[in-house]
Design a protein. Sequence first.
Length: 65
Amino acid sequence: MLTSEDHRQLAERCIRLAKECTKQGVTEYLMTLAGNYLELAERALRLREPATAVRRKHIKIVQKE
């Protein structure tokens, strides 16, 4: 499974390729793909954060006992 950082790196690659591309349709496709990768990166962060918070809460409860 790819991490948020992996998705961001893929987005950056797409953007670099889009800047170098001379065909308009390909440029648009690469920019759309970059946007999709950035959305996946944000989603991965949102999914990870609550799990981390739950784990921290559980650890605190266990430590108090």
